[in-house]
Design a protein around this ligand. Structure first.
Ligand SMILES: NC(=O)c1ccc[n+]([C@@H]2O[C@H](COP(=O)([O-])OP(=O)(O)OC[C@H]3O[C@@H](n4cnc5c(N)ncnc54)[C@H](OP(=O)(O)O)[C@@H]3O)[C@@H](O)[C@H]2O)c1
Length: 330
């Protein structure tokens, strides 16, 4: 097949290109080349999607297209430029499109969405809500342009694994390697849900091959934080559970960023964010590998890529020790 990845210079886009090449497809990646490099073996076409004429260098027909964009304007420009030349279109969306983050067990086909972003929305990276609203708009633009009979909307959950630029999963891999007393956020039974980037890429490529259409969540089945940590931490290491109210008192942030505990989200307001019912996705072909494999390969990537890889976020060693000392002294 002739496959076009709109993106393909970072994390998921690179994984999709790599997986498509491994399956023997003819792969084109189109981006500015500003965020990173495409993988070896693809045809790289330099495009700037902010300009309606910026995709002119993309010629010919494509059996399958995969788009990771966040800006409705960029998606509209691509849809216009590729009109009539696309067999199947996968739009990589996000679980941030959902308006109800609190209710566990929601399904992609029935969960309520955020209102779409206004047509002049410019900065989807401003906050989670504008990001989600822009992705709602992007989903609609793609579906209107190519038709529901040709479009797979893949609402990715938390994507982890080698080459993740976010630092979130990496925090736990590095934390496990450091040893000592480990701070675990919240309670052991809270939900954690994620997908290995290679499993998501695999599903996206097979979806193009099999012309899967419809809207699905692109993430694995939920697990508990205790089970997550049991896979991440060395055998026998029991973390110290620190409740969310105490973390908030200590000005520890959830999810991401400085002085945060990555992948932790407060409940009940986010009890539904990492606990989606993905039985439809698994039935539609998503296959997920054991978490221990993702941990091992992420550690190997970090070791091979050196100190510049990923992004160091989360509590520093000193901050974690201070919070743990305060917890024990309470
Ligand atoms: N990471 C997660 O946990 C997570 C969770 C849910 C959903 N998602 C979704 O999953 C996808 C991740 O994709 P990704 O890992 O490949 O990273 P990404 O950061 O979404 O990649 C964006 C791609 O678009 C290209 N691009 C940006 N501006 C452009 C422009 N003006 N013209 C042409 N190309 C442009 C970038 O390349 P250049 O800068 O080189 O042009 C890059 O290849 C996204 O759709 C994201 O919303 C991620």
């Amino acid at each position: 097949m002739r496959i076009l990845v709109l993106g393909g210079t970072v994390f998921l886009g690179r994984a999709v290109a790599r997986r498509a090449l491994a399956a023997g497809h003819d792969v084109t990646c189109a981006a500015r080349g500003a965020s990173g490099n495409p993988v070896d073996g693809v045809r790289f076409v330099r495009v700037d999607r902010t300009d309606p004429a910026g995709l002119a260098a993309l010629t010919g027909e494509f059996d399958a297209v995969v788009d990771v964009a966040r800006h409705p304007e960029q998606v509209r420009n691509a849809a216009t430029a590729l009109a009539g030349r696309v067999g199947h279109f996968t739009f990589v969306s996000t679980g941030s499109v959902y308006s109800d983050t609190a209710t566990p067990g929601q399904r992609a086909d029935t969960a309520p969405l955020l209102p779409p972003a206004p047509s002049d929305a410019e900065d989807p990276t401003r906050d989670a809500e504008s990001y989600g609203a822009c992705k709602v708009s992007c989903e609609r633009i793609v579906t209107e342009a190519f038709g529901a009979g040709s479009v797979f909307v893949c609402r990715a959950g938390l994507i982890v694994g080698p080459e993740d630029p976010s630092g979130r999963f990496e925090y736990w891999v590095r934390r496990a390697a450091r040893g000592g007393e480990v701070l675990a956020p919240g309670t052991p039974d809270e939900a954690v849900q994620l997908v290995d980037v290679r499993d998501l890429a695999d599903w996206i490529v097979t979806a193009g091959e099999g012309k899967l259409t419809g809207t699905y969540d692109g993430t694995g089945a939920p697990t508990t934080r205790a089970a997550f940590l049991a896979d991440v931490l060395p055998e026998g290491v029991e973390p110290t559970w620190v409740p969310q109210d105490f973390l908030a008192e200590q000005e520890v942030a959830p999810w991401s960023g400085a002085r945060s505990v990555p992948l932790w989200l407060p409940v009940p307001e986010y009890a539904g964010f990492l606990s989606r019912d993905v039985s439809a996705s698994l039935a539609a072909g998503l296959r997920t590998r054991p978490l221990a494999e993702t941990v091992r390969d992420t550690a190997a990537w970090l070791a091979a890529a050196g100190p510049e890889a990923g992004q160091r976020i989360g509590l520093t060693e000193t901050e974690e020790a201070e919070v743990l000392a305060a917890w024990h002294a309470r």
